[in-house]
Design a protein around this ligand. Structure first.
Ligand SMILES: [Mg+2]
Length: 232
């Protein structure tokens, strides 16, 4: 694909696992949960139950660690036969507290990339998840100085992106989205006429897994710094 210079004036970035590490902390929490419940069933049994409960709870309560706490509690309740032992409940609470206050790690190359684009494009964060958690991460990331706006979206489907385009007063065909999730950052943006650059991350959440569709409006790079080859 040829250079995108001059074709876009706004660039949108996903946050979790695009700007900063996220999924690996959820995986670590899941491993601790499996360890906590290992006397009740197999590791796969714990994982399946947790995923089922998450699927029930996310549409009701959204993404983030508080919903994970509810999902773990529901899963443990079922696995323990309808009575939740005190040590299991407090074990879950400890896992979630460690998850919510994990060390903050920017993804390699992010700061230099944003520095290079700052002043040349209007940069927007388009993330989804728990509002307080996402805004907190944005604040402690130290990246706010590069961005014009941080939008915490309820979800990331076509409708949500069209609403975001309207809010930012931009034509959807002028939307350029950078992110790690094919399902949330790439497919919906391409479906509304925008362009997307996929910056893969080694770990992808099971709920985000989707095959990459064929499209001349998708660019695949291997690291975030490579987007500069197209944008500068
Ligand atoms: Mg992401």
């Amino acid at each position: 694909m040829e250079s995108l210079k001059g074709k876009f004036d706004t660039v949108l970035f996903d946050a979790d696992d695009t700007l900063w590490e996220n999924e690996r902390f959820f995986r670590a929490a899941e491993d601790k949960f499996i360890e906590l419940l290992k006397d009740y069933t197999t590791a796969d049994g714990v994982q399946d139950m947790l995923w089922r409960k998450q699927e029930d709870n996310i549409p009701l309560f959204g993404y983030g660690s508080k919903t994970y706490m509810i999902g773990m509690t529901d899963a443990a309740m079922d696995l323990c036969g309808g009575t939740l032992p005190e040590h299991i409940y407090y074990g879950i609470k400890k896992i979630i507290t460690e998850l919510a206050f994990h060390e903050f790690t920017l993804i390699e190359g992010v700061e230099e990339t944003l520095q290079a684009l700052h002043g040349k494009y209007k940069l927007i964060v388009a993330t989804k998840g728990d509002l307080t958690e996402q805004l907190n991460k944005f604040r402690i990331s130290g990246l706010a100085k590069y961005f014009h706006h941080c939008e915490v979206m309820e979800n990331k489907d076509e409708k949500n992106y069209l609403e975001l385009a309207a809010k930012l007063d931009m034509d959807p065909s002028k939307m350029l989205m950078i992110g790690n999730s094919v399902k949330s950052d790439i497919v919906p943006v391409v479906n509304i006429g925008g362009l997307a650059i996929h910056t893969p991350h080694e770990i992808t959440w099971v709920h985000e897994m989707m095959d990459m569709p064929e499209s001349d409006r998708i660019i695949e790079v291997s690291s975030i710094k490579e987007i500069l080859d197209y944008l500068l």
